[in-house]
Every structure is written in C-alpha cells, then in structure tokens.
Design a protein around this ligand. Sequence first.
Ligand code: NAG
Ligand code: NAG
Ligand code: NAG
Ligand code: NAG
Ligand code: NAG
Length: 537
Amino acid sequence: MQYLFTLLLSLSLLSSAFAASADDWRKRSIYQVIIDRYALPKGADLTKCDPAQQAFCGGTWNTLKDNLDYIQDAGFTAVWISPVSQNYEGPRTPYGDPYHGYWIADASQLNSRFGSADDLKALSDELHRRGMYLMVDVVVNNVMGLKTDLSDLSTYMFKDKSQYHPYCPIQWGNTTSEQNCWLGDTNVTLPDVNTQDPSVVSAYTSWIQALVKEFNIDGLRIDAAKHVNIDFWPQFCGAAGVYCIGEVFDADAGQALQYQGPQALDAILNYPMYNALVSAFAIPGAQNMSALTDMVSQIKSKSKDPTLLGNFLEDQDVPRWASISVDPQSMWNAMTFNFMSDGIPIVYYGQEQGFNGNADPYNREPLWPSGYANTSSYQLIQKLNQLRNFMINTTSDWVTTPMQVLNETPQGIVISKGPVITALTNIGSPPANVTLSAKSGIGESVATTDILTCTQYATGSGGTLDFNYNKGGQPVIVVPDSVLVGSGICGHTLVKTSTGSQAGTSDNGAQGHLSTATASIVSAAAGVLLSLWTAVL
Ligand SMILES: *[C@@H]1O[C@H](CO)[C@@H](O)[C@H](O)[C@H]1NC(C)=O
Ligand SMILES: *[C@@H]1O[C@H](CO)[C@@H](O)[C@H](O)[C@H]1NC(C)=O
Ligand SMILES: *[C@@H]1O[C@H](CO)[C@@H](O)[C@H](O)[C@H]1NC(C)=O
Ligand SMILES: *[C@@H]1O[C@H](CO)[C@@H](O)[C@H](O)[C@H]1NC(C)=O
Ligand SMILES: *[C@@H]1O[C@H](CO)[C@@H](O)[C@H](O)[C@H]1NC(C)=O
C-alpha cells in the first residue's frame, strides 16, 4: 500500500513536469517575466537600460535561470516567459527593436538573442528541479513586418502569400475584421497569418507539439488569442497537450469568456476582472465596489470555470498599477483579491518593486536597478503565496471551492473561499472611521488569525466578523486557527509537505475555539484592530 502510494506519488510528480493540464495549473501561481528585462549577466553594467529606448538590455534564458531564487522565495510555483521564437532582425523601427520578443519572423526557430536551445532546456530543467512550471508565450496570430505588402516572405515560417490574410486595417467591433485584418500600424505592420488555411493549421500544430515536447513546456500563454478564429484553438492546444491561457483583451465578460471552454481555450487572462479591480480600488478612480461584485457574479455565470482564469493587475500591455493609483494600499488590497478569490494569480515582474511605468514601453522597466529588494509588496506576495500554497497542498478542494461575496459597501468588500475570509477596502492608507462587517459562515466564537498581521480575531454572534479601519485601509485575511495548523504561518508550527497531499499533523496549541483564542489575543499594533465582541469578553 505504502509502495503503491509512493509509486503513484512519483508518477504524479513525473507527469507534473510534463504536459501539465488545466487541473494542474489551477494550483499554481505565476510570475511573468520579459526575458530581456529580468536579470543581466554577472559583471554587466547595471545602469544602461532605459525603457524609452526600446532596445535590447541583455537579459537571457540563462540570466533568468541563474536568478530564480527571488521568484521561488516569493512563493511562485510557475514562471511565464516572453516568446522564445525568432524575431525580426533588421534596422531599428519607429518602435525600436524587438527586445520584448513579440515580433515573430520564423516561429519554428528559437530567438538566438536569448540563448541556445540548450540554454532554454537548462531553464526548463532548473524550474522543474525546483518543482516549478514553465509557461511559454506564443504568438500565432501574426508575424512582424514593415510593409503592408507580402513581397518578401523569405525570413518567415510561412513563405506563401496564401498563408496570410491580405492587408486591411482593423475595424474594431467587427469580429471578422478583428480576426482577419492586421494588428499594428503602417510603421510596424503585423501581417495576419491565415489560421483558416489547412497548411497553416497543420504546420502550427506540428510545431507546437514539437516545441512543448523538446523543452518540456508545462503551459502556453497565447498572444492575441481573440484575433484568431476561435475554432483554431482546440486543435492547436490539443496538439500542445498542455494548459493554454489566452490573451483576450476585452473588458466585457460575455465577449471575453467566449474564448474559454472546449470550443476554444482552457482559460483566458481575466481582463474583465482586471477592469473591475481598477474600478473598485484605484485611487483616484471610480471607487466602485459594485463593479467588482457585479463582475464576480458575471464571471460565475459566464465562465466555464472561474478557477482556471488568470488574475493580474499588470502586464506588458497595461499601465503599472502604481501609475494609475497613488496609494500602495490600493494595490495591496487588489493584489490580495487576486490570490484569495477564484483563479490563478499572476504577478508581472517589477510590480513587487513598485514600478510605475505607464504604457508601453515604460511599463517594461529593467528589474535589476531594484536590487531585487525584499519590499513590503514582495513580503505581502510571499504571505499570499504561502497561504494559498498551504491551502492547496493540504486540502483537496479549497482551490475549486467557489468564492462568495459576503458583503459589499462603497468602501469595501468581504469575500470567502472555503474557510478563508478576506476583507478588502478602497479607502487607502489614511485611517478612517469605517467598519466593514460580514457574516463569516465559519461559525460563532471561532478563533481566527489575520495571516497578514498575525492579529487574532474571533467571530461574533452568528459568525459575524467586523473589520475596523481606524489604523488605515490594509487588506485582512482571516483563517480559523484550526485550519492554520501545520502551516508555519503566524506561529503555527510548520509541517513540511513534500508534494501537496499530506496535511500537517498536529500543532502546539491554537485550536479553533474561544478559550484559546481569548488567551492568545495579541494587541493589534500594526494592523486592523481586533474586533472584540462583548460576547467574547
Ligand atoms: C467586417 O470586416 C470584414 C473583413 O474586413 C468585411 O468584409 C465586412 O464587410 C465588415 N462588416 C461590416 C458590417 O462592416
Ligand atoms: C458601478 O458599477 C456598476 C456595475 O458595473 C454600474 O452599474 C454602476 O453604474 C457603476 N457606478 C458608477 C457610479 O459608475
Ligand atoms: C523578507 O523580509 C521578511 C520580513 O523581514 C522576511 O520574513 C522574509 O523571509 C524576507 N524574504 C526574503 C526572501 O528574504
Ligand atoms: C506546496 O507545494 C508546492 C509545490 O510542490 C511547494 O513548492 C510549496 O513549498 C508547498 N507549500 C507549502 C506551504 O507547503
Ligand atoms: C465613527 O462613526 C460612528 C458611526 O458612523 C459614529 O457614531 C462615531 O462617533 C464615529 N467616531 C469617530 C471617532 O468619529
């Protein structure tokens, strides 16, 4: 029995390094990297990278591989890297050089700017050695060009004119046009590959199957997925045999979520939720909490599986959070939502360093000037990953348990996901005489801990929890102490879980009830105040 168990365990470990499914990815958290901007080789000049120049700065697959501790120590269990395919090589364009990797010429060749095939394999191997997944960004919709004609196709994977749609500028709002016309403009055209052409479908499916296999890729991020006919995707992702998450740049949940499901992709990047989070939390901003509650319910009804969607606050195409919101608490609250609600959290490199670049190219800063510092944001992310990984490793169903909105007011929202209750506010850093309450659903007189400050809370009558913001608007995540046993969080003894199936055994105290809670109550010096119900005292 023991042997069988070990065997099954090692089989599942083996398979986790190859062909990771949507089910596997649901349990991961992802750090997104632009290879050129993550790290430099030892000895390089650290002062020579100005995003405004739109030029190569020198990061490679090797420099990422040599600097993975920073990502793993933050608790991430997967890394999404910018495209690996060969790009346009030629004179600088009005938009600079293809340092970002999205200007594809021949998809079937690797981009030698970022290293060799062996280097990419070594990166993949190193991630797997650490128990982490590799997600690769792929661009299928288009190649890069300088003209609107297709007179010279010699540098491209597809060399026949019929394998492209003829030039037309996109007419936004017209689906056929969005799918068949050319992204880009007349400075840098992005010739649209004819993904209805059988020779294209067949070449792309063979290519992706071989790429995934050769480099042991665990998942794909699909660029411009909404600009490709939907029925292309099942075959492409079927051939890849791994989780596919697509960029569907659309704030409308109904529109965007057409791209999730067996007729399309496993999941999409959650742009609808991103927009709702900006509406709810950014300062200044609409400060519209109803927009968030409304989006949660839209996604519940329109998504095939909300727990597979990719939650983010930043990426290479949207402004850094700090450039649209002046108060770091707004980011910390929105970030906490992404980790404690349904879906896979994704953090774009540099957000943890408070980068504030606005639109492309300023939101593609080099990471090295930050010194990879252990900032407040980094520490928050570490805690969010720690709790999420712990819940995933020690329960079979937390990650698939649907989130609920327990309460919403103009200043805040309280959500639950299983026994994890999260209170978020948009009031920002200054203290305010605001209280947010909710029926926790975890019972009456239950001892809980806010895992961000280690402050103790006890549920009141009817299981009510009160969150008071007279010390400022921090996020709060309360978890029953009985659930935290073995977690290593807030003084609960850490019980190492090797892979994810064994729960912690016992602990040195804090069990979930009133007497213990009262005894171990700590004063809430740094955090949101303990809400002490008269019933408790
Ligand atoms: C939508 O775009 C397609 C492709 O460019 C075009 O043929 C069609 O006429 C457009 N439809 C409308 C209603 O404009
Ligand atoms: C807030 O969002 C809701 C839901 O999306 C919307 O109906 C409402 O008009 C918005 N309120 C304001 C003031 O913009
Ligand atoms: C960052 O600092 C926090 C608080 O001092 C510490 O607990 C944590 O281990 C540090 N993280 C790293 C990666 O050094
Ligand atoms: C959970 O499992 C992941 C993947 O095996 C591992 O990296 C992580 O350290 C574990 N985390 C906890 C809190 O047990
Ligand atoms: C806080 O608000 C409550 C209810 O709105 C009010 O009764 C109380 O006086 C306020 N306290 C302070 C210190 O302003």
